[in-house]
Write a protein of this length. Structure first.
Length: 224
């Protein structure tokens, strides 16, 4: 049975959503503030964390960072009325796997939870990946070159890992967006562009490595 740590300071909404998830066969731990959720996570790691952003004591962004410093694998799904591009990007930068706008449909939430749990169980990368002159550690989210180290965000690390798994092949843009964001909204497309731009900057020291745009299709990580 999939166990969800659900963090929502609105008790009424939290109870309604929790009961709906339980009726669908999930086990749910409801916490109403970030401090309580952090203690709960440390005591018993769930299969997925579903969290609001605006919360007392520890907000959702701070909680996500604390979790990612402790655990890089458990999927994080933000539920929030804050959907400005900067907020969405910040959530992904901190290690969020998905970002769903309030109000939401419970069936969509369930679909995203199921997809995230399956995705995170599917991929089990090696500890060290050698890419040209770089070494990439997806567990520690570390990219190294000539004794210099770049600490990647969780989202940057996950996207680079997918590119490497499909290296020298074209990865469709919509496939990446659906896998990481669960839909093909324009906002998520812009978010992907930002992350790809950052990865190109990090990899610029080795001219044998390129992330190439394939017009109207997607991206290709080329390693010569």
């Amino acid at each position: 049975m999939i166990e969800i740590l659900y963090v929502e300071d609105d008790r009424k909404l939290g109870t309604i959503v929790s009961n709906s998830l339980v009726s669908k066969g999930y086990r749910v731990r409801l916490c109403t503030d970030g401090a309580q959720a952090w203690k709960s996570f440390q005591l018993n790691k769930p299969d997925i964390v579903v969290l609001d952003i605006m919360m007392p004591q520890i907000d959702g962004f701070t909680l996500a960072k604390k979790i990612r410093d402790f655990d890089t694998v458990t999927p994080l799904l933000f539920l929030s009325a804050r959907v400005d591009t900067d907020d969405v990007l910040h959530g992904f930068d901190l290690g969020g796997n998905d970002y769903l706008k309030k109000p939401f449909d419970i069936n969509e939430l369930i679909a995203r939870i199921s997809a995230l749990v399956k995705m995170c169980k599917k991929f089990n990368p090696p500890e060290i990946i050698r890419m040209g002159k770089y070494e990439f550690n997806p567990i520690k989210q570390l990219l190294s070159y000539n004794y210099k180290h770049i600490h990647l965000s969780y989202r940057e690390s996950e996207i680079l890992k997918r590119f490497y798994e499909r290296r020298n092949s074209v990865v469709p843009r919509n496939e990446i967006i659906f896998e990481f964001w669960g839909n093909t909204a324009i906002t998520e497309g812009r978010s992907l562009d930002v992350f790809v731009s950052r990865l190109r900057k990090y990899l610029k020291e080795d001219p044998e490595i390129q992330i190439v745009n394939v017009r109207h299709v997607g991206y290709q990580l080329k390693i010569n």
